[in-house]
Design a protein around this ligand. Structure first.
Ligand code: ATP
Length: 215
């Protein structure tokens, strides 16, 4: 369960993003829709503990993330969160395998490279360089990388942004299939309303914005 409470992120004077209190239930799939600049990535980055809130807290399975030191946060993230960022952050000149192996330096992985590549249907591209792959294949590598840690929480930022319709649907169906098989909590943020039918819950980001506080 992910609980957000009194959450506020301040970038500068103009950008004070306030989130309503909300609970993401364990094991469910959520699609959060909203236009560019509406705060979707900010919410995911806060849940992934990649950025700290200015106010409020995020509690993941009873753990208040505010109470963790930076080192503890790194450990928490490694053990609990699979994050697929919008810019996939793959090393273009390295092979698929090497992009996955890099994660081994951070700690013991709970799934093997063989397994994650087979789950995303990419075993045959193991020795291919990232810059020789299609957009959909790169997305699959990013999914495989997130699965190496068998995370309880999967967060995906615009996973279909740069893909054509056929590939976008293929990728979202894969993300949903893996979510069901691995029983993780899935949150996908997107502006792509073609995707909503695949999720248990769909929220507009504006439903999550605004204060619950009584001033
Ligand atoms: N590092 C930052 N510094 C200053 N302002 C930021 C920063 N990151 C985001 N913002 C601002 O916060 C607001 C929300 O941005 P955010 O990236 O969360 O939106 P988004 O809905 O994910 O957009 P997109 O779909 O384009 O990625 C925007 O006004 C943006 O300019």
């Amino acid at each position: 369960m992910i609980e957000i409470k009194g959450l506020r992120k301040k970038y500068d004077k103009e950008n004070d993003i306030i989130f309503k209190d909300y609970i993401f239930e364990e094991g469910k799939s959520y699609c959060i829709l909203g236009p560019s600049g509406s705060g979707k990535s900010t919410l995911l980055n806060l849940i992934a503990a990649l950025t700290r809130p200015n106010k409020g807290r995020i509690v993941v399975n009873g753990q208040d993330l505010n109470l963790l030191s930076p080192i503890e946060l790194d450990k928490f993230r490694f053990e609990n969160i699979g994050f697929i960022p919008q810019e996939l952050n793959l090393f273009d000149k390295f092979t698929v395998e090497d992009n996955l192996k890099i994660l081994e330096v951070q700690g013991p992985l709970s799934s093997s490279i063989d397994d994650v590549l087979s789950w995303v249907g990419l075993s045959h591209k193991r020795k291919s360089k990232i810059n020789k792959l299609s957009g959909g294949e790169k997305q699959r590598v990013a999914i495989a990388r997130a699965l190496l840690k068998s995370p309880k929480i999967m967060l995906c930022d615009e996973p279909t942004a740069s893909l054509n319709t056929a590939t976008a649907l293929e990728i979202i169906k894969l993300i949903i299939k893996l979510h069901k098989e691995h029983k993780n909590t899935l949150i996908v943020v997107t502006h792509d309303d073609r995707l909503t039918q695949y999720f248990q819950e769909t929220l507009e980001i504006r439903e999550l914005l605004g204060s619950d506080e009584i001033d």
